[in-house]
Design a protein around this ligand. Structure first.
Ligand code: PLP
Length: 399
């Protein structure tokens, strides 16, 4: 918040929860109101023809930015830390991923993408990138510094996601980044799970960090939004790509993002605490083979999580001991407090079955039993475990 105009520079010494509440705010530019107004804007009028010809003024056109978009961009930038040179807003998390990739890649180049990426990221690489002459190689998410061996002379970027979508492999981002940078490649990361609150992507060697704002930034399952944060090496190309492609976000969706962001710290802390309590409870259940949650000491990626992350969100998976598919469906259908739905990060709990086997090309997915992903919302933990207990009883009843 700029009480005096050099305020933002001073924010770098503040803690993330404080930066969440003041980032991107300038009340006295808006008559003292706490929040910026929501500008519904396309055309912008210039005082004179000379001003128009010279494109004089802070804003040029609705698509290119308004005080509303600027407030959200600045708030996310402050959260990312001082190494963030700029933030672009996109109409979904998937758009943020695809635009981040397009901004650094050109025909004839090669990109390395983790085999554990969010499914539609893979579809984008296999379709649009292929059409534009960019080759993708998928790699084992646990490869670490071994990524060096997969680098080709034309490898321009390495795409990471930690933990892996659905399967929760923990990637060694600093090791991958060191190896990629040594060979002149950039590092992109889908940082939706941890968010900049729990993983400081730029401090770990990432050059472009993506969030699906649809998840915890929005936080209420009522908005589609994406953000790409860039460092100084990538900001100019990102900005040019977004501007040239004419991408922008509707003002009400930006408002919802800005509104959600202010409470993201307290929500995430509560999601984390409840999810860990339920993950520990599930670890003790006789029906459960393994819990895939990197903050649990039993997770193979726990040492990396402990070294590089400062928290966890409400999303994790479990592997059940072998039971028929219809028993898993009975478990899910019996739950009343867990919705059956894909997009997580809202205040509500979710549970879905999944199977990564069909999409993997660099690794084999053989967890040893059926798998279910949970998002733990803001409900009372004991109500949720009671619901899960009823689900397990229904599962056991299926022969
Ligand atoms: C890890 C991850 N990244 C990106 C996305 C895409 O976000 P959006 O739904 O906003 O396009 C999702 C959506 O589920 C996701 O789980």
């Amino acid at each position: 918040m700029n009480k005096n105009r050099d305020g933002e520079a001073a924010h770098k010494d503040l803690n993330p929860d404080t930066r969440l509440t003041i980032g991107g705010r300038d009340p006295f530019a808006h008559h003292g109101y706490v929040n910026p107004p929501v500008y519904h804007a396309s055309t912008l009028l210039y005082p004179t023809a000379e001003d128009f010809v010279a494109r004089r003024g802070r804003y040029q056109y609705g698509r290119r930015g308004t005080p509303t978009s600027e407030a959200l961009e600045n708030a996310v930038r402050e959260l990312e830390g001082p190494a963030c040179a700029g933030v672009a807003l996109l109409p979904s998390g998937l758009a943020a991923i695809s635009v981040a990739l397009l901004s650094v890649l050109r025909a004839g180049q090669h990109v390395l993408v983790t085999d554990s990426c969010y499914g539609p990221t893979r579809t984008f690489c296999d379709t649009v990138l292929t059409r534009y002459g960019i080759a993708t190689t998928y790699y084992d998410p646990l490869i670490g510094g071994g990524i060096s061996e997969l680098m080709q002379p034309n490898t321009r970027a390495v795409f990471t996601e930690a933990p892996g979508s659905l399967s929760f492999e923990m990637q060694d981002i600093p090791a991958i980044a060191a190896a990629a940078h040594a060979k002149g490649a950039l590092v992109l990361m889908d940082n939706t799970w941890a968010s900049p609150l729990y993983f400081r992507a730029f401090d770990k060697g990432v050059d472009l960090s993506v969030q699906s704002g649809t998840k915890y930034i929005g936080g209420h399952s009522d908005v589609m939004l994406g953000t790409v944060s860039a460092n100084t090496a990538t900001w100019a190309a990102l900005r040019e790509t977004v501007g040239t492609m004419g991408l922008c976000v509707g003002p009400d969706d930006m408002f919802l993002g800005l509104r959600g962001l202010r409470t993201m710290g307290v929500r995430l802390a509560r999601h984390q605490e409840a999810a860990l309590a339920i993950a520990r409870w599930l670890e003790m259940r006789p029906e459960v083979l393994r819990v895939l949650h990197p903050a649990l000491p039993s997770h193979p990626g726990h040492p990396i999580w402990k070294r590089d992350f400062t928290g966890a969100c409400g999303l994790f998976s479990i592997v059940l001991k072998p039971v028929p598919d219809k028993a898993v469906l009975a478990f899910l259908n019996t739950l009343t407090l867990f919705g059956i739905g894909a997009s997580w990060g809202g205040y509500e709990s979710l549970a879905i079955p999944f199977n990564c086997q069909k999409v993997r090309t660099a690794t084999t997915w053989a967890p040893g039993g059926p798998t279910v992903r949970f998002h733990i919302g803001l409900e009372d933990v004991s109500d949720l475990t009671a619901d899960l207990e009823r689900g397990f009883a229904a599962m056991a009843a299926v022969k």
